[in-house]
Design a protein. Sequence first.
Length: 374
Amino acid sequence: MSKRIYLDSAATSSVHPEVIKAMVEVLQNEYGNPSSTHSYGRSAKTLVETSRKSIAKYLNCSAQEIIFTSNGTEATNWILTSLVKTNQVNRIVTSKIEHHATLYTVLALQKEFGIQIDFVSVLPSGAIDMKHLEELLQQDIVTVVTLMHVNNEIGTILDLKKVCALCQENNALFHCDTVQSIGKATLDLTELPIDFIVASAHKFHGPKGVGFVFIKKSASITTFTHGGSQEKGLRSGTEAVHQIVGMTKALELCNANLETDKKFISELKSYCLEQLKTNFSNIKVNGEETFYNIINVLLPFSEEKTAMILFNLDIKGIAVSRGSACQSGSVKPSHVLAEILNDEEIRKPSLRISFSHDNTKEDIDTLIDALKGV
């Protein structure tokens, strides 16, 4: 097999060498339990709290508003379930193009608690219909809005300022899945009055199995796990110090290189689109005004090639995706694309190509050659 090419960074990203180095250092030398009172424990506790402060600094929020979790899915389940169980909200407003971590949680809460669920319309561009959202929020019912910042399949970007303004005007809470944007965009939580955001380290060149949730000071959330009172008593359990340090290092590197990486990756995306349009007639980009590291394209191939295209690319060492990695192995059409494509288009192959600073133009040339041979 020739060089392996990874073009699926929206599913997960490579772990930065400096992140690995930082984690190994902790595993070898800082193995104390952060809850222990001796020097080993105090040293580990310092690492955890320094990490918390560092993450809060990047988001311009208080360190006390950052709680460490295992991933974004856990955090979204926790937040939405807590709000419903404690009767803080009687309705959830979301969209049908959210990640399944949100959609399945919302549907489970509706089934268990009978709460009202309203889906805001999605425009043909893949953007949320702000006019419809405004109409929904004028209903006199206590509501939480849950919408993602960057769509994980097509890369459409939510207007956070507009949604924040609408939620404030109508006294609604706002939970935002920022898994695809943390580490790739600047978020100032002083300027953006969001109540909850969630993040997963593996999306921004950190380790898997660790993430965080921002919970605004004014928000009230129930305990997720009972035990040793770690994480302000909200999520008990011994902290994974090496994971937390690795995540913080990854975020530090992403922020230090943000503008350089954004420019480089944006140029790669433009080059990829140019090559796709040059080599394939009638290619269609799914979604408009999308995030700089994600392209989702409808290929002008026959319906019969849909099932085998990823397999053929994988044989050639090229990793791309049909959509969310959480649906790997699924033969069902993407629930996101189903909202913006017609019945004929949805049966044809669409690919999500997502980039990182690891990629090159040569990677894209190899992908194009492979697609030409399908």
